[in-house]
Design a protein around this ligand. Structure first.
Ligand code: ATP
Length: 359
């Protein structure tokens, strides 16, 4: 069992509170990803779990046992860092073996464990090489190997892929996910990359200013963001937001007379932010038949076009602000062209403009 339980866990540095009372239970074998912008307290939370940072208040339980005052070595948790901290002057075999430095295994058992780990990570033919002769991805795997070889109850990853190029990051993402499927070990993973969070997590914890904003499965956060921050953070490109006024269940944006009808009743009156994902905003021919459909209609001027092959991102300047819509790959509108876009009522999100909470 490697359940990790945080009860009112907090960290203060002088008068700065880096992490406010955090309550969270991470189940045995779960893959939990902490996301949030720089400085939101992700790493500090992870470092408290690892025992690298003192806990200011609250309790941390590992496998049901309070561990606030246990040092890192006694916690049976392995941490993999961003700057993968491998020793350049020794071989891959030795680098992985450092993970067993304090272990009481016999040297034959240690060798077997190192070989097994290397095999699992596809490093078996590289055991005698030094890090300088490895690619970035292979070096990252050595760092993971050093953590894995101890057979820890949980892995903590602190932005392990941020030093790698985009292609390698995508590849390592899959490797870490497969490793988790194979080992079934609890993983807590910190990143500011929402794609990593969406693709790897069983559950995502969204943090901001040292507080948890929302916890849920990736798809739940994508479909039901609790506030503007999560709505814009999860999903790429970010959700478009248009300001408007809500009255009698209808929304009007400031420069248009047509009210926007929703698919549900919201008894709110006042300023709102209307959210719509670029993938839900479809380019139309602007014909009367289309304009008569319920939902959101916007008319704007193309300001930027980003062809991605399978789809094209079209940036539109509107009287109400600016939005991004997606169009099929072969649709390449000209800059300055006038375009109409539409989103169905069920794809619209509404947030209170003041509290930024979902309505
Ligand atoms: P990043 O993505 O940039 O690593 P993060 O979300 O991991 O950011 P933390 O490193 O946990 O953020 O930092 C949270 C807050 O605590 C920040 O405001 C940071 O400046 C502050 N902080 C972190 N470590 C210390 C320290 N040793 N002394 C004082 N303040 C600190």
């Amino acid at each position: 069992m490697a359940e990790i339980q945080l009860e009112g866990l907090a960290k203060r540095f002088g008068n700065v509170t880096a992490v406010h009372d955090m309550d969270l239970t991470i189940a045995d074998g779960e893959f939990v990803v902490f996301v949030g912008p720089s400085g939101c307290g992700k790493s500090t939370t992870l470092r408290m779990m690892a025992g690298l940072e003192d806990i200011s208040s609250g309790t941390l339980h590992l496998a049901g046992e309070p561990v606030n005052h246990k040092d890192p070595k006694q916690r049976n948790i392995a941490m993999v860092f961003q700057n993968y901290a491998i020793y350049p002057h020794v071989t891959v075999r030795k680098n992985i073996g450092f993970g067993l430095y304090t272990s009481k295994l016999s040297s034959a058992e240690k060798t077997a464990r190192i070989n097994e780990t290397a095999e699992m990570l596809g490093l078996e033919d590289l055991l005698d090489r030094r890090p300088a002769a490895l690619s970035g991805g292979q070096r990252q795997r050595v760092a993971i190997g050093r953590a894995m070889v101890r057979n820890p109850a949980a892995f903590l990853f602190d932005e392990p892929l941020s030093n790698l190029d985009a292609q390698l990051r995508a590849q390592m993402r899959i490797e870490i996910k497969k490793l988790h499927q194979r080992l079934g070990t609890t993983i807590v993973y910190v990143t500011h990359d929402q794609v990593e969070a969406m693709t790897m997590a069983d559950r995502i914890v969204v943090m901001r200013d040292g507080k948890v904003l929302q916890i849920g499965r990736p798809i739940d956060l994508y479909e039901h963001p609790a506030d503007v921050f999560t709505a814009r953070f999860i999903g790429s490109p970010s959700m478009n937001m248009i300001e408007g006024n809500m009255r009698d269940g209808l929304i009007r944006h400031d420069n248009a007379d047509l009210p926007i009808e929703l698919d549900r009743k919201i008894g709110h009156a006042g300023r709102v932010l209307l959210g719509v994902r670029p993938h839900d905003l479809h380019v139309t021919d602007g014909s009367p038949r289309v304009s008569g459909e319920r939902g959101l209609h916007l008319h704007g001027t193309v300001s930027t076009v980003e062809p991605l092959g399978a789809e094209t991102l079209v940036h539109l300047d509107l009287a109400e602000g600016s939005v991004i819509a997606t169009a099929p790959g072969r649709t390449l509108p000209a800059i300055g062209e006038k375009l109409s876009v539409h989103a169905a009522p069920e794809s619209l999100y509404v947030f209170d403009a003041e509290s930024e909470k979902a309505l």
